[in-house]
Ligand binder design. Structure first.
Ligand code: C2E
Ligand code: CA
Ligand code: CA
Length: 923
């Protein structure tokens, strides 16, 4: 709504501004017009008044002159009467004095009825008047009191004379001549001119017929041609019958303001009435206020255009700014949309932390990770620290402090926060300082959080698997070894005794074969349960694998005999409880254990010793008829000693060339061989072919492994060189197992590089297999070694993955290219949900870290396709081929191989096709 109004206003604002400006201009113009109009009226009135005054002055001045002239004429006429006693001289004197008394009269004279001059004081000296018209008129002058006015006549060029006459009559009333006064034109001109105060003015005396008698400024042409009355203004005056009029109208081709005044009779007896007129050009009258009007008009125009221009400029500028702001806003919203898209795509929530107030604002996604809405978290009623796991707070604070201290240290932390529902959510937080005060103090941090619970859970699951058996949930071999280590070192310090019980189910294999894996698995689970039942919580019941269990009984007392009888009791109980019937799927199953027991104290032992002794004792129990237990007998040691001879034999083995490498194929999704793993075999002169499991630990223990490993590596590299010669085989990769001791030797890298150089093998085809446990000690050294070799092209695989710590965080630090899923998971994945979810987790995590995965120990088609479905792309196992001497190796699975039957190798099977690839038939 607000936005709408804003918009409407934005649309209307310019129009309103123009309206306001227009109004101001209009009001200003109106006020100015009013004042100018007033000024016009004032100036016109002043003009009219002045003209009226001047007309009055003229009229009175002329009246006086005419009155004087009449008196002079009357006196002259009287002196001319026969009865007068004034004679010729007297008359001349009279005329002379009368004339000089009147400046307006040029001459006084007496004429007879024919116009002959009887007496005159004029200097012309004519005896007769040249004005013919006048002579004709003398006859008609019959009224004694009338003052006759002649028409103007031009006797000198440009000078128009007028005569005033009075009749001299005989007794019978007939004419006897006239007395007349020739008026002085200059004088009247001067009188009239004196009334003109502006250049455009003129004045005139007009007789009733409309003819000008006098006109100033002089206009001889008009005086010469007296026409009919054409002056409309004069006519209007006449018709008005007023003594004075003020009129405006056209005259002489222009608009004029005219004041006309009819001269009063005043006893003059004039034979016609006279009108004095004074006129001004209307344009001249108007000039004053018109000028003002023009100036003011121009001023307003300039003002109008200037303010209009400024307004237009301001509006245009505003429009530009608005357009710019809009463009900015559009750009920002587009950018925000992109960020939002990226955040939602990566499932990241945002937080904004005001460090000064310790308030943290979160967005929708960040709040939803904890089951809240942003409103609930942003009001400050729930502080983020309250929600953070107490164990994680110190670490979190330390990471933040490190970042606050030094921007270069990134803030990244994994920590738990409490979900609204009560459970903990694992989050990964990353952030950055975005604002610092002038003193450099951090004021604000902005960051993201991501829910990593799923990853943490997978990690935990894999880690759990590192120590626990997936089927029975008992500690596995690794955890057992760990606990044994600890027990041994405790014993060495404490004088007390402990015991190791090696439990093997007697008939498990046949039971498994006849009743099926499911039943076998359930049986193992029940065995595990019963074992835990008869032992104390402090004892360790572990599953070594298959049907082998190991129990570690600790703190059996300081007396060997007592400890021995104690362990015998427990062993007995175990035999009893495990021999009880198992009710499985309606079957009453029976299974008995054979148990080997070894009691140990402060004397020096190794874990391997103890397990081997217990194992031996277990075989003794089996030999004694099963379903019983046996203690380790020192005589058995003799057999153990044979391992010492094994060691000395092994030293000779290399020289005697008794060692061989077998190669097991590693195949791709089409069951085509992509590479091999080299596996060591010992062709013992008396014991026949011995597997690595039997002598590698010994070699490791004695240090012989270094020599052995070098031989394996060199032999494998020579094989690569051999294969490089053929088009069919040059692509094959070679995986070589490296043992811990071998890898840890300081010159390991140099040795590998020198073997590569010596043999000329392509380092890019060589893959070294390490196990997790090797990587955990002295990480820095491990990283340096791996990185150096990687720089030379050698790649690394992590063997038996899933049985170690499986912590993904260290995986990120190491240059590993491949994970090999331990075959125990592959074998269990079709039977237990646990194993299959672990395999799935490993494959998913490996892909997310850009690692290849090889599944080990694939023994059948079901396992293969289940692995392929999960996304596994490389496989190794008896299904594709056992480890064989090089001459028996086939690049295409042999015809009798199950994989060949199932996949038909080069015609790829089922859904396992990834890319069309042609296998090579053989070497
Ligand atoms: P490994 O590296 O995990 O090698 C795979 C082992 O699994 C081999 O046993 C192989 O024969 C076996 N195997 C392969 N496919 C299947 C299958 O489908 N089912 C079953 N049940 N087993 C399968 P092998 O040859 O007895 O080797 C045992 C271990 O000895 C190897 O485990 C490796 O850790 C070690 N080893 C072998 N050769 C060498 C070597 O040259 N140097 C070192 N340091 N260790 C070696
Ligand atoms: Ca291996
Ligand atoms: Ca392996």
């Amino acid at each position: 709504m607000i936005a709408f109004n804003k918009k409407a206003f934005a649309v209307r604002a310019p129009a309103l501004e123009w309206l306001a400006l227009g109004s101001v201009l209009l009001v200003g113009v109106l006020i100015s017009t009013y004042f100018i109009w007033d000024e016009r009226a004032l100036s016109t009135t002043a003009d009219v008044e002045r003209m009226r005054m001047q007309a009055l002055v003229i009229s009175e001045s002329i009246n006086r002159q005419l009155d004087g002239a009449r008196n002079a004429l009357v006196s002259t006429r009287a002196a001319m009467l026969p009865a007068s006693d004034c004679r010729a001289n007297c008359r001349e004197l009279l005329l002379q004095s009368l004339k000089s008394a009147m400046p307006g009269v040029r001459a006084l004279m007496v004429v007879d009825r024919n116009g002959n001059i009887v007496i005159s004081n004029d200097d012309i000296g004519d005896s007769q008047l040249d004005d013919r018209d006048y002579k004709r008129k003398i006859e008609t002058m019959r009224s004694p009191d009338t003052l006759y006015l002649s028409d103007p006549y031009e006797n000198t060029r440009g000078v128009f004379n007028i005569k005033l006459s009075m009749a001299i009559l005989n007794a019978d009333g007939s004419s006897n001549g006239a007395v007349c006064a020739i008026l002085n034109p200059e004088y009247f001109n001067a009188v009239m001119r004196s009334a003109l105060y502006a250049r455009d003015m003129n004045s005139a005396i007009t007789e009733s017929s409309g003819r000008h008698i006098l006109f100033v400024p002089a206009d001889p042409a008009e005086m010469r041609h007296p026409g009919p009355v054409s002056d409309m203004l004069f006519t209007r005056h006449q018709r008005s019958h007023l003594a004075e009029t003020v009129l405006r109208g056209a005259a002489g081709g222009e608009q004029r303001l005219v004041v006309q005044r009819t001269m009063p009779e005043n006893g003059l007896g004039l034979d016609r009435s006279l009108v004095v007129s004074l006129s001004r050009s209307q344009a001249a009258v108007n000039r004053g206020w018109l000028g003002l009007l023009l100036a003011v008009g121009i001023a307003w125009l300039v003002f109008g255009f200037t303010t209009g221009g400024v307004l237009a400029f301001v509006q245009r500028r505003r429009r530009l700014m608005e357009a710019l702001a809009q463009a900015n806003a559009d750009e920002q919203s587009a950018a925000a949309q992109k960020v939002e898209l990226a955040l939602s795509g990566a499932n990241l929530g945002l937080w904004d932390w005001n460090i000064t107030t310790d308030m943290r604002i979160v967005d929708e996604r960040a709040a939803a990770m904890l089951g809240y809405t942003p409103q609930e978290l942003n009001t400050g009623s729930i502080h983020w620290r309250q929600l953070t796991h107490a164990d994680d707070l110190p670490g979190l604070d330390a990471t933040i402090a490190a970042h606050l201290e030094n921007n270069a240290v990134p803030f990244e932390a994994e920590h738990r926060m409490r979900h609204r529902a009560g459970h903990w959510v694992w989050l990964q937080s990353r952030g950055k300082i975005v604002e610092r005060g002038e003193d450099g103090k951090a004021l604000r941090m902005l960051g993201t959080r991501m829910d990593i619970s799923a990853r943490k859970q997978a990690e935990a699951e894999i880690a759990h698997l590192a120590f626990y058996d997936g089927l029975t949930n008992l500690p596995n071999r690794r955890l057992l070894l760990d606990r044994l280590h600890h027990a041994i070192s405790r014993m060495e310090r404490s004088n007390s005794y402990s015991a190791v019980l090696f439990v093997d189910l007697d008939n498990f294999k046949s039971l498994n074969d006849t009743m099926g894996h499911d039943v076998g698995d359930r049986l193992l689970q029940m065995v595990a349960f019963r074992l835990q039942d008869v032992t104390r919580d402090t004892d360790t019941v572990a599953r070594l694998g298959g049907d082998e269990f190991v129990i570690l009984l600790e703190d059996l007392g300081n007396d060997r005999a007592h400890a021995t009888s104690n362990s015998a009791n427990i062993a007995n109980k175990i035999v009893e409880t495990l021999s009880d019937a198992y009710l499985l799927e309606g079957h009453d199953l029976r299974s008995t254990p054979s148990i080997g027991v070894v009691v140990f104290g402060a004397e020096h032992h190794t874990v391997n010793d103890l397990l081997r002794q217990a194992d031996m004792a277990m075989y003794e129990a089996k030999a004694a008829g099963r379903a019983t237990f046996r203690f380790f007998d020192p005589r058995m040691q003799v057999e153990l000693d044979s391992s010492a001879s094994l060691e000395s034999d092994l030293r000779m083995a290399i020289q005697r060339q008794e060692l061989q490498l077998h190669y097991q194929p590693v195949v791709d999704t089409n069951a085509c061989v992509a590479g091999v793993e080299a596996l060591l075999r010992w062709k013992h002169p008396s014991r026949g072919m011995i597997g690595p499991g039997e002598f590698i630990p010994q070699a490791e223990k004695s240090g012989l492994i270094v020599e052995l490993g070098a031989w394996v590596l060199e032999t494998a590299c020579l094989q690569l060189v051999h294969w490089a010669a053929s088009e069919k085989t040059r692509h094959l990769t070679m995986a070589v197992n490296v043992s811990a001791r071998q890898f840890r030797q300081p010159a390991f890298v140099e040795k590998v590089l020198s073997i590569l150089e010596r043999t000329g093998a392509d380092p890019y085809l060589l893959k070294l297999e390490l196990t997790e446990s090797m990587l955990l000690t002295d990480m820095d050294d491990v990283i340096v070694k791996m990185t150096t070799l990687k720089q030379h092209g050698v790649s690394f695989a992590l063997d038996d993955f899933g049985t170690g710590y499986s912590s993904l965080s260290y995986l990120q630090l190491l240059p590993i290219a491949q994970l090999k899923i331990d075959r125990s998971f592959v074998q269990d994945m079709l039977h237990t949900r646990h194993a299959s979810s672990i395999v799935r987790a490993i494959v998913t995590l490996a892909h997310s870290m850009d690692l290849n995965v090889v599944a080990e120990g694939v023994e059948n088609h079901e396992q293969w396709s289940a692995l392929a479905d999960i996304g596994c792309k490389a496989f190794q196992g008896y299904f594709f081929g056992r480890p064989v001497p090089v001459q028996d190796l086939r690049l295409k699975a042999p015809a009798e191989s199950p994989a060949m039957v199932a996949a038909n190798c080069c015609e790829p099977p089922l859904s396992l096709v990834e890319h069309d690839q042609t296998c090579i038939n053989n070497l």
